[in-house]
Ligand binder design. Structure first.
Ligand SMILES: [Zn+2]
Ligand SMILES: [Zn+2]
Length: 237
């Protein structure tokens, strides 16, 4: 254990004593700050993907090795820490309000990033937030996640190469994969192709829903010469 990590754990214990936290799911107390907004038992009840899970080898959907729905998506491979339910859902929602990744989530993200083929990544790129939304929120939650991963994996964090250009995608319930894809098509552009060319990009976002957003990002990154685009999200809806 390194010193920073030991310090974080001690700091965690002190904070937990000073500011008891209530689990947003069950209302019991969160024993350790490292678990964030949910208690350990709610984390135990949250599905975290492991090596033993049967998933689509491309998009990571639970089920058979080829889900039959992701051929149109441009990324190389996508993986998530777990399902968008329970503690992961609450943590993803909290990340939109507070730019902080609790230790337990950081550990889960790093474990997912260290599995093949994501472990081949050479550069970490967060999915950019639209500038207007960035101004109202004050931070991009994808960047906060990407920072955590890049720091631990000692990979460069690249917030400059990929830009969001069109207006924020309007979330329209009931849109199918193609409909969602159309709303984000052309929403991204690579501003520094030299930085991504020949790289294995780890593209980071908070939640994978239809994959349309990360696919639109992957498309322009690959066009700009990226060797592959691996997607890592906190949760998969
Ligand atoms: Zn709980
Ligand atoms: Zn798939």
């Amino acid at each position: 254990m390194n010193l920073t990590r030991a310090g974080e754990i001690i700091c965690d214990a002190v904070l937990t004593l000073a500011y008891p936290q209530i689990c947003v799911i069950c209302g019991r107390s969160v024993e350790q700050r490292r678990f964030g907004v949910a208690c350990e038992s709610c984390w135990m009840g949250t599905r975290i993907f492991t090596d033993d899970d049967e998933i689509c080898s491309k998009c990571g959907a639970p089920g058979p090795p080829a889900c039959g729905r992701c051929e149109v998506l441009a990324f190389t491979t996508a993986r998530a820490v777990g399902s968008y339910k329970g503690a992961l859902r609450e943590s993803a929602l909290m990340l939109k309000r507070r730019p902080h990744v609790p230790l337990h989530i950081a550990d889960l993200l790093v474990a997912a990033a260290l599995r093949e083929p994501l472990s081949l990544s050479t550069r970490v790129v967060p999915v950019p937030l639209h500038p207007k939304r960035l101004r109202t929120r004050g931070f991009n939650q994808a960047t906060v996640i990407a920072e955590t991963v890049s720091k631990t994996l000692e990979l460069p964090l690249d917030e400059v190469s990929l830009d969001r250009v069109s207006s924020p995608e309007k979330y329209r319930a009931g849109l199918d994969v193609k409909g969602r894809r159309d709303t984000v098509a052309g929403a991204f552009k690579v501003t520094h192709p030299r930085l991504v060319s020949g790289e294995d990009i780890l593209l980071v976002d908070d939640v994978f829903t239809t994959g349309a957003t990360v696919s639109a990002c992957a498309e322009v990154l690959l066009e700009a010469g990226a060797k592959s685009v691996f997607v890592l999200t906190l949760a998969r809806a």
